[in-house]
Design a protein around this ligand. Sequence first.
Ligand code: NAD
Length: 285
Amino acid sequence: MAQIINGKEVSASVKAAVAAETAQLREEKGLKVGLAVVIVGDNPASRVYVNNKKKACEEVGFQSFEYALDENTTEEQLRDLVDVLNRDSRVNGILVQLPLPKHINETAIINAISPEKDVDAFHPSNVGKIMIGEYSFLPCTPAGVMELIASTGVEIAGKSCVVIGRSNIVGKPMAMLLLHKSGTVTICHSKTQNLKEICLGADILVAAVGKPNFVTGDMVKEGAVVLDVGINRLENGKLCGDVEFESAEKKASYITPVPGGVGPMTISMLMKNTLTAAKQQAGLI
Ligand code: NAD
């Protein structure tokens, strides 16, 4: 039976470290840390995410600046706001909550954010830095997964790592981070053949597919570390991951639950990135 990786606990310890350093910077250098969160329209899921981010800012001692814009905001208006935030010295990090309404080009908005304030690490300049291993911001969800693996004490170097999913925000950067830690990485996606066989070779298995219970116990190698990024809402309203927990738990050595696994890590890594941004902008690192 696997040990459960407690994402809430690891996330709390990351936030506690960020809070302690934030307090120290304020006392010793008079430095305040600020995050701007921009939301366009009234997508209920986005609202929940934005509220959670504001709450996390309070917990760690950041100032948060919320910009809730009308659904009909034009791309130009949003770009103007991003320009203002790029120049606002109180704002160290800018987060534009995705998805944006269809009439706004997300790529154009992401590219308009100053890379120094791009705490989601979605700007092409930050994505490129991740590729060459010279990054200051890590994309929050994959970085959270890396913290969870570290919490188990399992060494990544030399291990067979399989990532299911190749999205720009999860799968691809996840594979890069595992590669930087010298894992032997395979990326699987919707066109992959023999997925089960490939998964069965994985010492570390990351599922980021977006399909409930997609990875079943018979796809998990005995003793593997299983990280479930998926957040799927079932018809009965319950949340469920991409991994069928009951069967996978019997095979894995460590496994993340959903909820309470990878999910809580994403916000704490966002806080960590914002602190890094503030220190960089103050010339402290
Ligand atoms: P996405 O839809 O952009 O990507 C899904 C990936 O799965 C694609 O690359 C696709 O090739 C692959 N895929 C689809 N069908 C497949 C199949 N049959 N076999 C193998 N691969 C297949 O999704 P995403 O944005 O990467 O998110 C993935 C999941 O993670 C979603 O459930 C999402 O809600 C969740 N998520 C969680 C967090 C978090 O904070 N925990 C953050 C981001 C995303």
